[in-house]
Design a protein around this ligand. Structure first.
Ligand code: GAL
Length: 357
């Protein structure tokens, strides 16, 4: 994703919302609101893009911003959050490496009167002020639907995301909403079921290599949970002549994922428009910082959100997602400016490309 483009588009969106978000990050007595952003990692394309874009949005809104990245280390992330609390942040936005481990840091921050927003990934604490994300069960359903449409019967590999990321659990829930009835009907057999630690692409390659060896390449479809892991698995599939032959799903509409779709290897991705999530996060942060109640949220129980036996409710907002394949990638992802034409069609001959936007 072109960082500058996405930042500018986000700003245009904010401007079209009547500039209400801008110039309102000042607290009483002109003290700027101090916002802490805590990221799990910058390995997946989206997070560093969002860090840059949100820093700009918050700065434009008159806030002071602190950003920390934990490089997949849950303990380090909690220490970084504790340090931001000591450093005087008013509101925290957290992309948790481990949704269970981060609950301790959230509870400590909340005890100090700091508002905490779980950004994109849930943290298992009832002390959250808000959880803002996409409809993650719908993501999993879109992935499985697209694969089942292509392969209604056969041998399926399920490749989940990071087991410590509650989103990975929600994606799997959505996937099984579609796949389980077909397993029960004897149409689909799940021949491998694994999770990819840290959502790491290279780990996905190794896991897929081992799976293919164990099942003697006997696979008809792969339900993978995001573009990074799907492209990793595709490396292993390519080595066996299976890329472009065996359907595989993704998520995030990354530049590399969309490029793979137009090249006929990745079957689909799920487009989550971050240009809508970021302004929502900024707006929610500023409202919480001003001590206002936040509107447009729906309360969900932690039990429902996690499947775990947890008590308490969290105010949530989930944005819609769009299923994308070769038929609509140009319209939804490229034409809307989310990914650059030149990156997506880089290796496609001129005469086979759609008209340039
Ligand atoms: C998930 C997120 C996805 C993907 C993944 C890997 O929590 O919802 O969009 O990026 O993490 O970082």
């Amino acid at each position: 994703m072109k960082k500058v483009a996405i930042i500018l588009l986000s700003l245009v969106m904010l401007a079209s919302m009547g500039m209400s978000v801008f110039a309102s990050g000042q607290q009483d007595g002109d003290k700027p609101l101090k916002v802490g952003l805590s990221f799990s990692d910058f390995d997946t394309e989206r997070w560093s893009t969002e860090a840059d874009a949100m820093e700009k949005l918050f700065t434009e809104a008159g806030c002071e911003v602190v950003i920390q990245v934990a490089n997949h280390d849950a303990k380090l992330q909690n220490d970084q959050i504790d340090n931001m609390v000591t450093g005087g942040v008013d509101v925290l936005l957290i992309v948790a490496e481990d949704g269970a481990a981060a609950a301790t840091a959230v509870d400590d921050a909340a005890a100090e009167g700091i508002k905490v927003i779980a950004y994109d990934r849930l943290i298992k604490s009832a002390n959250l002020s808000a959880y803002i994300s996409f409809d993650n069960v719908a993501v999993g359903e879109a992935q499985a639907k697209a694969i089942v449409e292509r392969v209604p019967e056969g041998r399926f590999v399920m490749l989940g995301g990071s087991p410590t990321d509650n989103n990975a659990v929600l994606f799997r829930k959505g996937q099984m909403n579609i796949v389980q009835p077909l397993v029960d009907a004897g149409k689909i057999e799940i021949v491998a079921d694994q999770w990819v630690e840290n959502w790491d692409s290279a780990t996905a390659t190794t896991k897929m290599e081992n799976i293919l060896t164990a099942i003697d390449n006997g696979v008809d479809a792969v339900v993978a949970s995001n573009d990074g892991t799907a492209l990793g698995a595709l490396q292993a599939m390519k080595a066996q002549g299976l890329a472009g032959v065996v359907p595989i799903s993704g998520q995030d509409a990354t530049a590399a994922g969309c490029k793979s779709i137009v090249e006929g290897e990745l079957s689909m991705t799920v487009f989550k428009d971050l240009r809508k999530l970021m302004p929502l996060a900024v707006e929610t942060t500023l409202a919480l910082g001003r001590g206002e109640s936040i509107s447009g949220m729906t309360s969900y129980s932690l039990k429902e959100l996690t499947g775990d036996n947890l008590s308490g409710d969290v105010p949530c907002k989930f944005l819609e997602v769009i299923s994308v394949d070769a038929d609509n990638v140009y319209e939804e992802v490229v034409k809307s400016g989310f990914q650059a034409y030149d990156e997506v069609y880089k290796d496609i001959p001129e005469d086979q490309r759609p008209p340039k936007v």
